[in-house]
Write a protein of this length. Sequence first.
Length: 566
Amino acid sequence: MDEKNISAENSFEKKPKNFIYEIIEEDIKTNKWNGRVHTRFPPEPNGYLHIGHAASICLNYGIARDFNGKFNLRFDDTNPEKEEVEYVESIIEDVKWLGGDFEDRIFYASDYFEQMYNWAVELIKKGKAYVDDLNPDEIRKYRGTLTEPGKESPYRNRSVEENLDLFERMRKGEFKNGQKVLRAKIDMASPNINMRDPIMYRIVHAEHHRQGNKWCIYPTYDWAHGIEDSIEKITHSICTLEFENHRPLYDWFLNELGVYHPQQIEFARINLNYTVMSKRKLLKLVQEKFVDGWDDPRMPTVSALRRRGYTPEAIRNFTDNSGIAKRDKVSDISLLEFSIREDLNKSAQRAMAVLKPLKVVITNYPENKTEELEAVNNPEDSSMGTRKIPFSREVFIEQTDFMENPPKGFHRLIPGGEVRLRYAYIIKCEEVIKNKDGEVIELHCTFDPETKSGTGTSQKKVKGTIHWVSANHSISAEVRLYDRLFSVEEPDADKEKDFLELLNPNSLEIISNALIEPSLKDSKPGTRFQFERHGYFCVDTKFTTKEKLVFNRTVTLKDSWGNKTK
């Protein structure tokens, strides 16, 4: 999008009203940034993006879009030991998929390493930074506590010349990891612990995914973050609340350097119940194979939600409906599920699938006859048209759609009872066939030819309608029913238990012998459907092959996760 000045008279009625938008509107009215709005999304490439990151992407890009500004994607790649190209590629894909249009503005902190180094040298020359020999434990001890001031390092008053020499030698690789650090010289008695001589550089002898072995000293996030925003001329640096106490430090660095100074605004991150958001914990789930990867549909990552069948529109609606707050909160996963139901109800083609088949023989239907019945693709959108589904003498229905001794209010098939087959005929159960163990394995029914759906002449009505597939035409498929990853609402709340103890043992049920209607035979990975009466499903992009279709359940039709087949 083109960057341009925005007049104070511009109307913002269509934009969401939250405190960040109000700040930006006021900045535009006062011409604070000469009418510019420039935001960024600054992920660390040390893991896959999750739903919390999606909220930040939608917010930052949405601001740039709504105020005719610019949006950058910038990687804070300052920790070579934890970063991988795989993460970089996945993040780029996720941001694009969510609709975050950064155009050609993709940047890396590592592109600015030389400038960061030169500015660090400038602070040393001003007596505002020094090389410290204390080890990490000693630095932690000297820093003090929230109630006690810190203590100055014995190396704090080295001369400028000595600090310059040591810092240059650090860069040349003369020292081992942890042997020395560069620290800002601020105030060891500051009530804000972040201001107690924070570390700016540490020694890390590791290969960087973009810089190779060019560097062996790496900037800390606190040193790099504000500088990156400054270099890119960001106007509004939108951060989550944990960076609020770091803002005075960012301000100090930029003021001491006398460089361009963005405006930092903090907002509350979006957390989600029945899951964890910590990258460390998510990585543990992946590495210890509690899930089948970062994109396992039970994970809260963007790639997992995409594989599960979520749409970018649904995620954007979820983040919009969750709102922008000034205090941390936990969003109910039901709100996320509602968003995808609402979206797929309008866009997903309907289909019939039988997950746990029970054979039905319609004894008075001709043995070699097959009818092509017409089915509606989506009752919410007539433009999606209809499809043909075959009907024959033998069909399969759900095992749960038949009961010999039904409870009151059961309106499906019972001995001697009648039910309508969706888009087809009314059938009556005449005989129940069981195996030697007394299990029902087959039903013999009759049909009324005058009750054909849409064209029948009979006035007969029944209370129940069930789905089915033709035995001779159905296709075998694997169906994966996903439940919530954890069995408790807040798996991080119980500090006495390892979060792995709280995993839901029933978070995945694999049905290997489901049957689907033949219209789904050539479905492409990623295609979404509503399996009537079951929920919304997506063709899996990981396990589907030419020989086998695999469907992931995206979400149930109703907010009833305890019942996996309704």
